[in-house]
Design a protein around this ligand. Structure first.
Ligand code: NCD
Ligand code: ZN
Length: 345
């Protein structure tokens, strides 16, 4: 039995860091284990220009704990007025690494997202030419589509047409939750990959709804039925380079989660690596953990893996905080529902 494992330092290919006091509270949780993260641009107002991304990156670097070696990889929020020349400049200057497509209204702070996909054609063409990845929040917002079907319908109605129109565009389907998405990624030869979150490997919709409603398990895309969870676990642990970690760790203070209209988001930055080691061990796939957390993501983003390593050791119960305090209130750390025994050093 393996009880110690050294792997290249992991990266998080989908992360919400927020701003100001929340940023200061949650950034150390990610910087402790992760070398880099693709930072989501859904601030209020969103990060839409190269100048916005540069200023946000500066605020993140200023909030880092002393001695932390963490590199934020910035993204721009794709809007109907995004300027292809600004995108090209920011990419060539090394400021941004991807653009993020949110269908308007799909999730937290997505009001500036895209409604008419024809308007973003020139930007997508420029991105394809330069090799800039498009990260997609893959859910339609049509009120007539059931929330559990919104990812599968997005693939048919939005993603597949975009890929047919721009075969050279490199796309990351983010936080996938369905076997439909896994199948779609596997059906593509090139230019398509997917991130999978820690929490979607651990929970399915029963965990949210059976025996009482659990707001801390509510996120978007919402967890689906167990059959989908099983396929996600198989994909993540399969060593297939098209699947890699994007935690989608998304902090909200408890008052905004435990509410008559609670916010979507699971906060997993603190315990993600311990949880993943547990999941991969359960699936008899510990030797594939490094590919998922540390190798496949950099390969898709055309970056080198981190030079340094972390070591995971199985031992006594891991003692981690259950809440991260902020001046506005606590953020609850995701509870996987099983004891954690993998320590990270
Ligand atoms: C994210 C957030 O809170 O910003 N919430 C979530 O449930 N994942 C937004 C997102 O990525 O959809
Ligand atoms: Zn997200």
């Amino acid at each position: 039995m393996t009880d110690s494992l050294t792997i290249k330092r992991p990266d998080d290919w989908h992360l919400h860091l927020r701003d100001r006091t929340m940023l200061a509270a949650v950034l150390p949780e990610t910087a402790r284990h992760f070398g880099r993260a693709i930072v989501m641009p859904n601030l209020v107002p969103p990060v839409v220009t190269g100048a916005d991304a540069k200023a946000y990156r500066k605020r993140i670097l200023a909030a880092l704990p002393n001695g932390a070696k963490f590199t934020p990889l910035m993204t721009l929020y794709l809007t109907e007025t995004t300027d292809p020349d600004d995108v090209e400049r920011a990419y060539n200057d090394g400021i941004i690494h991807a653009l993020k497509l949110y269908p308007a209204g799909a999730t937290t702070n997505s009001d500036s997202g895209v409604t008419n996909f024809d308007t973003v054609k020139p930007v997508l063409e420029r991105m394809a030419k330069l090799g800039i990845p498009l990260c997609t929040h893959g859910e339609v917002t049509d009120e007539n589509v059931d929330i559990f079907d919104r990812e599968a319908v997005f693939i048919d109605r939005v993603l597949d047409p975009i890929r047919r129109a721009n075969p050279e565009l490199r796309i990351v389907m983010e936080h996938i939750t369905t076997s439909d998405a896994v199948d779609y990624v596997k059906s593509a030869d090139t230019n398509l990959a997917a991130t999978i979150t820690t929490h979607h490997l651990v929970i399915n919709r029963n965990h949210i709804l059976v025996g009482g409603i659990r707001p801390h398990y509510y996120c978007l895309p919402v967890a689906k039925r167990q059959t989908h969870q099983i396929v996600l676990r198989a994909a993540a642990t399969s060593n297939d380079p098209r699947f890699f970690l994007g935690t989608d760790s998304a902090p909200h203070i408890d008052a905004n989660k435990i509410s008559v209209c609670g916010c979507a988001g699971c906060f997993t930055a603190t315990n993600t690596m311990s949880i993943l080691a547990h999941v991969f061990e359960d699936e008899n796939a510990l030797p594939h953990l490094e590919a998922f957390t540390s190798l496949n993501g950099p390969a898709f983003y055309r970056l080198d893996p981190n030079a340094d390593t972390i070591t995971l050791t199985k031992g006594d119960l891991v003692q981690l905080p259950t809440h991260i305090p902020t001046p506005e209130g606590d953020v609850t750390v995701f509870d996987p529902g099983f004891p954690l025994k993998w320590h990270i050093t």
